[in-house]
Design a protein around this ligand. Structure first.
Ligand code: PEP
Ligand code: MN
Length: 337
C-alpha cells in the first residue's frame, strides 16, 4: 500500500504516522519528494482494515497496490529517479554512455579503448572481470586483476567504472573497485545476489533476464530497493524470441513501458540486444528516441581477436561516428549527450 501525504503535512504528523505503521509490524519506506511525501508500506497489510490510516492528520489518500512491486513503482515515487555516480547523473536530461570491451583482457587494451571512448564522449567505462560464459571452457575473466586494470584506467581517464559481479561472495571485492555493480542477465533472478547488492552503498545496474517479463524484471529490482539500495538502474539487453536472425530481440517497448510503471532510470544495451556490430548504431538511436536514459556499448580495438563478443563490438572509430549521430537524435527528443 502507498500512503500519499498532503502537501502541507507537517513533520510531526509524518513522524506520528511512521511510528504507527511500525507499531503495526509493517515497514514504512519514505520517499520525500519536492511536492509531497509518500510512504510505501511493506508487510501484511490486513491489519490496516481495523486501523484505517485515512483517518490520520496529514494523510491525503491511501492506495492499495495491485501490482506486486511497490518501491520501484511510479505510484511510490512519481518523479524520475536520478542515480548519481560520483557526479555522473543517470536519469536526468543528459544521456549516460557506458562503453568498453566485453571482457577486460589486458591493461594496454583497456587503457587504449578507455581513452578513445572517453574522447568520443563516453563517461562510464564498462568491462567484465568476472564473465558469465555459456561454456566452462571459455574465458572466464581476469578476476581481481581485471578489476585493478579498470581502476587504473579510471585514474588515467576519470571515467567511472561499471563491472559485473556474479557471486555474493565477491560483492565486497567488486565494490572496492567499481562505481556501479552490474548484475547480469543470467543473474537477474539470483535473489541472494540481489539482496547482497541491495545492501551495498554502490549503485546497481540490473540487466533484464533474457527470458524475463517486465513484471519479473521489476520484481527483481524491488529486491534491491527493499534491501535499502535505491540507486538502481535498469538495463534492457534483449530477450529470447522465435527470431534467430539476431542474437536476441531488443525489446524497445520495454523503455517507455517501464518508464510508465517505474521511476527508475532505464538504459539499453544494443550490443547484446542484437549480437551484430552493424545493428548497434541503428538500435542505439532507436533506444534514445524511445526515451532511454543511457546506453551500454561494447567497443574493442581489435574485435577479431576479442576474448568474447567480438562480433557485436564496435571499433573505436565506428563508436565515434555513432556518438556524433546520436547527438542529433538526443536533441530531437529534448535530451543531451
Ligand atoms: C555483459 O554486459 O558483459 C553481459 C554479459 O551482458 P548480459 O548479462 O546482458 O548478457
Ligand atoms: Mn559481452
Amino acid at each position: 500500500m502507498i500512503i500519499v501525504l498532503r502537501p502541507d503535512a507537517t513533520k510531526k504528523q509524518i513522524d506520528h504516522l511512521i511510528e504507527k505503521v511500525k507499531k503495526l509490524g509493517l515497514k514504512p519506506m519514505v520517499s520525500r519528494g519536492v511536492e509531497r511525501t509518500i510512504i510505501g508500506v511493506i508487510g501484511e497489510e490486513d491489519v490496516l482494515r481495523v486501523q484505517p490510516l485515512e483517518a490520520f492528520p496529514g494523510v491525503e489518500k491511501v492506495m492499495p497496490i495491485l501490482k506486486p512491486y511497490k518501491l520501484v513503482s511510479r505510484e511510490f515515487k512519481p518523479e524520475n529517479s536520478i542515480v548519481d555516480v560520483e557526479g555522473v547523473k543517470i536519469g536526468g536530461k543528459k544521456i549516460a554512455i557506458m562503453a568498453g570491451p566485453c571482457s577486460v583482457e589486458s591493461l594496454e587494451m583497456l587503457m587504449d579503448v578507455g581513452k578513445k571512448v572517453k574522447k568520443s564522449g563516453a563517461n562510464i567505462l564498462r568491462g567484465g572481470a568476472f564473465k558469465p560464459r555459456s561454456s566452462p571452457y571459455s574465458f572466464q575473466g581476469l578476476g581481481e586483476e581485471g578489476l585493478k586494470f579498470l581502476k587504473d584506467v579510471k585514474k588515467e581517464t576519470g571515467m567511472k567504472i561499471v563491472t559485473e559481479v556474479m557471486d555474493t561472495r565477491d560483492v565486497w571485492m567488486v565494490e572496492k573497485y567499481a562505481d556501479i555493480l552490474q548484475v547480469g542477465a543470467r543473474n537477474m533472478q539470483n535473489f541472494n545476489l540481489l539482496k547482497e547488492v541491495g545492501l551495498s552503498k554502490k549503485p546497481v545496474l540490473l540487466k533484464r533476464g533474457m527470458s524475463a517479463t517486465i513484471k519479473e524484471f521489476l520484481m527483481s529490482a524491488e529486491y534491491i530497493l527493499a534491501a535499502g539500495n535505491f540507486n538502481c538502474i535498469l538495463c534492457e539487453r534483449g530477450i529470447r524470441t522465435f527470431e534467430d536472425a539476431t542474437r536476441f530481440t531488443l525489446d524497445l517497448n520495454a523503455i517507455p513501458l517501464i518508464k510508465q510503471l517505474s521511476h527508475l532510470p532505464v538504459i539499453v544495451d544494443p550490443s547484446h540486444g542484437t549480437g551484430k556490430w552493424d545493428l548497434v548504431s541503428p538500435m542505439a538511436k532507436a533506444a534514445i528516441a524511445a526515451g532511454a536514459d543511457g546506453l551500454m556499448i561494447e567497443v574493442h580495438t581489435n574485435p577479431e581477436e576479442a576474448y568474447s563478443d567480438g562480433e557485436q563490438s564496435l571499433v573505436p572509430y565506428r563508436f565515434d561516428v555513432m556518438m556524433k549521430e546520436l547527438k542529433a537524435v538526443a536533441k530531437a527528443v529534448g535530451r543531451e549527450i
